[in-house]
Ligand binder design. Structure first.
Ligand code: NAP
Length: 319
């Protein structure tokens, strides 16, 4: 049995972009990144009390985990939580590919346990979920969750873990103003009823919902996210303007209001942090009060934008 409860932060920190080379325009995000800059991100996060870091073995094929392990070295292991993932598509051919991939993550992160270990997607729930059980028993993994699973797949994973005395302790899906499929499919309600924390990823739609990108100042040329979002930016302007105007009343900026929306919906947003001052924004986001009228207005503008931001790796979430 899992002995201690998973500590759920108000906001978690995402490091997918840290898998890029750091050269402007190169990779998935194309954000310029330096080791010194990411060390400062970690310092500020530590000082502000944001302690849960999300990564995956496949982000930059290990690079994100390596960089994260490096920048967290100055801190006591008990001062932060690590969340990383087993990706079925990257499984090697040994007897136990989950243990193998976990071992590689542990080495890159410089630790001997992971606080929250995820099955990254539901490629074969019946095959991969049971592999989590020995990892939980050994203590190499403290808690487990499933990502990109639809409701029936979460329930199946929960049954498989339940037979061994464990449970799905967290769900991680794409959830933003523009992409509310987990809410429409009843996953948010299910999680709330079962007491399972729901981690929302891509709350800022990889920067497209921050208001700082526009047709005049597009997402970094050559990056994957530019290919996905640049064509949508004109349709997002009314929504990002509204995020900014709600924020102005409370001394906050548009991305902070988008983050506050996800918190108000009962989720734990995982926000991709590439610059130190974004941590200040997260502090502000946690104290923004949104009225139900604000939420209704934002969701109406999001619907009116009429864009589909489902990632290429995601399935439809209908029940
Ligand atoms: N389980 C899964 O399949 C899955 C899939 C996707 C993501 N995730 C997780 O969720 C995390 C979050 O998703 P994401 O990183 O893809 O996208 P995101 O959080 O929606 O957006 C991150 C981008 O938004 C911009 N940003 C962040 N804070 C900002 C601020 N305060 N002001 C202005 N701009 C800001 C940054 O862009 P610039 O760098 O251009 O400044 C950053 O790269 C990932 O890092 C990863 O840990 C999981």
């Amino acid at each position: 049995m899992t002995t201690d409860n998973l500590k759920i932060p108000t906001v978690a920190l995402g490091t997918w972009a840290w898998g890029d080379s750091g050269e402007a325009g190169d990779g998935y995000f194309g954000s310029p990144l330096t080791q010194a800059g990411l060390e400062e991100v970690a310092d500020k996060a530590h000082a502000a009390g944001f302690t849960l870091w999300d990564t995956a073995a496949v982000y930059g094929m290990g690079r994100s985990e390596t960089v994260l392990g490096d920048v967290l070295k100055p801190f006591a292991r008990s001062d932060y939580q690590l969340s990383t993932k087993f990706t079925p598509q990257a499984a090697e051919t040994g007897d136990d590919p989950v243990t193998d991939m976990l071992g590689q993550s542990l080495a890159r992160l410089g630790t001997d346990y992971i606080d929250l270990y995820w099955i990254h997607n539901p490629a074969d729930v019946a095959r991969w979920t049971p592999h989590l059980i020995p990892l939980l028993k050994s203590g190499k993994v403290k808690h487990v969750g499933v990502s990109n699973h639809k409701l029936s797949e979460i329930e199946l994973a929960n049954r498989i873990l339940g037979e061994a005395g464990f449970r799905v302790e967290a769900v991680q899906n794409h959830y933003s103003l523009l992409y509310r499929s987990s809410e429409d499919a009843g996953i948010l309600d299910y999680c709330r009823n079962q007491g399972i924390p729901f981690f929302a990823y891509m709350v800022l739609e990889q920067g497209a919902l921050t208001g700082k990108y526009s047709p005049e100042n597009p997402l970094p040329e050559g990056s994957n996210r530019a290919a996905t979002y640049n064509g949508m930016l004109p349709q997002l302007k009314a929504l990002t303007d509204k995020l900014a105007s709600i924020g102005q009343r409370q001394g906050a900026a548009a991305p902070e209001v988008a983050t506050a929306w996800a918190i108000a919906k009962g989720t734990t947003p995982i926000i991709g942090v590439t610059k130190p001052y974004y941590i200040d924004g997260l502090v502000r986001a946690t104290s923004i009060a949104l009225s139900s009228d604000d939420i209704t207005a934002l969701e109406a503008l999001a619907d009116a934008a009429n864009v589909n931001t489902r990632g290429w790796w995601e399935q439809e979430m209908e029940v």
